[in-house]
Design a protein around this ligand. Structure first.
Ligand code: MEV
Length: 438
């Protein structure tokens, strides 16, 4: 029987592995070997990775790839992408090449405001609270001056604090809704530190406010935290070209392709089942760049999906039109990203990614990430409305199937050649492997 362990975090790495081997892995030598095989040969690098988080036993690799030929606002860029999914990077590269000869991606940051809230409960007179807020606003802002000093030097800081009455949603529920500019940092720690200070100041000032009665003086702060919903930290990306130049395959006319593409986008706009998968394809591109550049992909995912249902039902993030025989395809997405601080200064591969991207500012990174999302969606929808997704995907997936079947280099070579002319499916690959092996 397994018993709970106390003081696990105090054990060193070897001790933790030994406990795991004994408790869950039946002392498997293979598991031990694999865990240790993934340690970095350089002890310093290994330690750096271990210290990113807690109870680290090993490193978990993901491929770090590159999609070249992205023409972004007239500048040719290669985009680093971290993903485990086959065909994502190939699709991005294909879309990049396609649009590179059709004017490229036009992208613009619309705004960069981030936000956070002090959530509190106050059951007293609403007018007194409004009066208190106006009387205390300067003190609230002054109270974070030490925290915001460096950010202010970089042109950022607290933009505003508003008092919001949410009592129609929940009894006694009010908020300090605070907005921030965090320049090149994602700013999570900065925002949370400011919010916690605002909360303390709010409580202290309430106790001193003369108009409040004894109960009103003790407004109850529930929590203070940034929001990952950032609809005012928005970037817009677009591609366009004459319909006559849109398609590069003779199976379907350019006009037919454009109309079918538009209908596919309309379906994603009106049908949440499709919209989720459609947006998942966009996130294939977005997450891969967010990860490669050391940003928080969970925050980005949460924020983007919330944005996708901001009007009450979940819908497509991308849109398309044909006007005057010009095909236009665009997307607006919220992206709170950083290029300084956090993992961006620590992870050696993130530093390489930043150099590949010519050390972008946070605004430039917003643009690049949005481009990767739109490119990915274009490639996916283009495949879906023409040959279907499986043909290209399975071709890219062939190597994974061969590896899973433990194909030798010679077998791989032969089957890669064979499957240039045949359909890749799991059973076809197994059948062909058996044929060669016999
Ligand atoms: C697969 O990872 C992503 C797609 O399903 C996206 C889409 O359907 O648009 C191909």
């Amino acid at each position: 029987m397994i018993t709970p362990i106390t003081g696990f975090s105090k054990l060193n790495k070897e001790e933790k592995i030994n406990w795991l081997l004994k408790t869950y892995l039946q002392n498997s030598e293979d598991s031990e070997k694999i865990l240790k095989q993934y340690w970095n040969v350089n002890d310093e690098v290994q330690q750096l990775h271990e210290e990113f988080t807690e109870n680290t036993l090993s490193n978990f690799y993901l491929p770090f790839g590159i999609a070249p030929n992205f023409l972004i606002n007239g500048k040719l860029m290669a985009i680093p992408m971290t993903t485990e999914e086959s065909s994502v990077i190939a699709a991005a590269s294909k879309a990049a090449k396609f649009w590179q000869t059709r004017g490229g991606f036009k992208v613009k940051v619309l705004n960069t405001t981030k936000n956070g809230q002090v959530h509190f409960i106050y059951n007293g007179d609403h007018n007194k609270l409004i009066k208190f807020f106006h009387a205390s606003k300067e003190t609230l802002l002054d109270s974070v001056s030490t925290i915001t000093k460096n950010m202010r030097k970089r042109g950022g800081g607290v933009l505003d604090i508003e008092l919001l009455d949410k009592t129609e949603m929940l009894n006694g529920y009010f908020q300090l809704h605070c907005t921030f500019e965090t320049k090149d940092s994602m700013g999570a720690n900065f925002i949370n530190s400011c919010l916690e200070k605002f909360a303390d100041t709010l409580k202290d000032e309430a106790v001193k406010f003369q108009d409040f009665n004894a109960e009103e003086k003790h407004l109850e702060v529930i929590m203070s935290i940034l929001s990952n919903y950032v609809p005012e930290c928005l970037v817009r990306v677009e591609v366009s070209c004459p319909v006559s130049e849109l398609y590069d395959d003779k199976q379907i006319s350019n006009e037919g392709f454009a109309e079918k593409f538009l209908t596919a986008i309309r379906i994603a706009e009106v049908e949440p089942y499709r919209a989720v998968t459609h947006n998942k394809g966009i996130m294939n591109g977005i997450d891969a760049v967010v990860l490669a550049t050391g940003n928080d992909f969970r925050a980005i995912e949460a924020g983007i999906h919330a944005f996708a249902c901001k009007d009450g039902s979940y819908t497509s993030l991308t849109h398309a039109s044909i006007e005057n025989n010009v095909f236009k395809f665009w997307m607006e997405v919220p992206l709170a990203l950083g290029t300084v601080g956090g993992l961006t200064n620590l992870h050696p591969l993130v530093k390489v990614a930043s150099e590949i991207l010519q050390k972008p500012s946070a605004r430039e990174l917003m643009e690049i990430v949005a481009v990767a999302g739109l490119a990915q969606n274009f490639a996916a929808v283009k495949s879906l409305v023409t040959n279907g997704i499986q043909q290209g995907h399975m071709k890219m997936h062939l190597m994974n199937i061969l590896n899973a079947q433990k194909a030798t280099p010679v077998e791989k070579e032969e089957l890669i050649k064979y499957f240039t002319k045949h359909t890749v499916t799991h059973s076809n690959v197994a059948e062909q492997l058996e044929r060669i092996r016999n």
